[in-house]
Design a protein. Sequence first.
Lengths: 307, 307
Amino acid sequence: MSKLLIVGTVAFDAIETPFGKTDKILGGAATYIGLSASFFNVDSAIVSVVGEDFPQEHLDLLTSRNINIDGIEIVKGGKTFFWSGKYHNDMNSRDTLVTELNVLADFNPVVPQNYKDAEVVMLGNLHPIVQSSVLNQMTVKPKLVVLDTMNFWMDCALPELLDVMKRVDVITINDEEARQLSGEYSLVKAAAKIHTMGPKYVVIKKGEHGALIFHNKDVFFAPALPLEEVFDPTGAGDTFAGGFSGYIAQSEDTSFESMKNAIIHGSNLASFCVEKFGTERMENLNKEDVYARLQQFKSLTQFDIKL
Amino acid sequence: MSKLLIVGTVAFDAIETPFGKTDKILGGAATYIGLSASFFNVDSAIVSVVGEDFPQEHLDLLTSRNINIDGIEIVKGGKTFFWSGKYHNDMNSRDTLVTELNVLADFNPVVPQNYKDAEVVMLGNLHPIVQSSVLNQMTVKPKLVVLDTMNFWMDCALPELLDVMKRVDVITINDEEARQLSGEYSLVKAAAKIHTMGPKYVVIKKGEHGALIFHNKDVFFAPALPLEEVFDPTGAGDTFAGGFSGYIAQSEDTSFESMKNAIIHGSNLASFCVEKFGTERMENLNKEDVYARLQQFKSLTQFDIKL
């Protein structure tokens, strides 16, 4: 079984959408990535940091999904990273209400000895210096390194982001971020430019409009499943990344053909994530639901024009 | 060979995009629909109206594509419908600079005797009363009636639009129009509501984000081909409609499976239309190019997850 090393936040979120609002609930990129990847046959571990205020039950949830948490540091007397946000009516944009870095401010990731040879490394959205630090600790070159990032780091830590980008195989960003990073409006041109910055594979997430993966002249598209209601988009991108990296780790196949399946799996899992607040839907999801909806993805996209 | 009756404008356009601007060039919904449908094996005819200022060469172009133009009325001393618009930098929005209805203001469509039994009727974007008038003239119930419309008629002629909608099988509108018409933000809910207004098939065009077709609980998605550059979006929606209706007429198959292929063909042809100003690319397109790009649509969307 392949090892999947996941680096990212484990956090508290408070979310407001047109459908309601939550108190402080479980959140964080690594949480969503881990829950999503747990639908695949992989040996995964999270590297992160939380405060002493972080409930044991949340850690137990991760453990119950066979996620190794030796790399989650618990800072005595520290407070867990907290993010609060409010989505607009169209669910495509949001305002950040509160960001309390807390223990994340001094996060110094330590990769557990047993995962320094992980075949797949999923670098969740974090400061690029933290992402680089994880790669520095790997004793065996991973078969695949996937990097997620966001516009915040393009604004505040571009040189460090460009450094870590040189060391990764796949980058996942949204369409606006791809445009910002490349200076190109056309996503085809943007992907070509981002290729030259390091990643051989460029995944562009378009939210309700699906996701594209570019590799040299090849391109593949995974639609988002048309849903009656998007309840809470929080974690959808991370769930997508967890499905992507989890599938690649399970398949032990890093070909472009395999990555096509990986972004379909990622889109499929993300379509569940948005159906409830926070991690609720991912916690209660079973493999039968996942496979039934994959069939919907097939019906949604497969056609039979004879050529 | 099936007959395809096309109703819509034949017009002059003057277009400005970030890539340049044109003088008065050939335009109009029926023009784009007809050129697009001419890539299929169908007997098509256009019902429209132009002024005496309309050049014979434009009519000859349509005739050279085996499009019957007996139904294009030439109004003596009249001036042809003229539209001028300017696209914004993102190419997704535009300002209308000039709309001169001219002969269109008194357009009274007359369906040629020989096409009153057309198997497929494609009602291009026009006043819904004009669209209804064409249906009234059909002596044999068509196998499929496709209606294209826009927000302008929702604002100014909603009762008449709702009337004609009851008489059509397929409606094609964009995402914002689907939301306006239904009062639902979710496109799944919007399509369900529009079903109840008449059309059994609801096609929602999302421009660079592709197109969806809904039929009861079934849904199929055709992506837009990711392009390096969109040069001029004018006519893309009509070209899509022409590919859709042309394919259905050729296949003589109005099943949902056939409509899946139809929206792929429509998306494929539209992807060419936007590569040059106005009708230029459609005029110079050959079937080899069309088939080569269909292969790209397959590569873009077909995956192989075993279920």
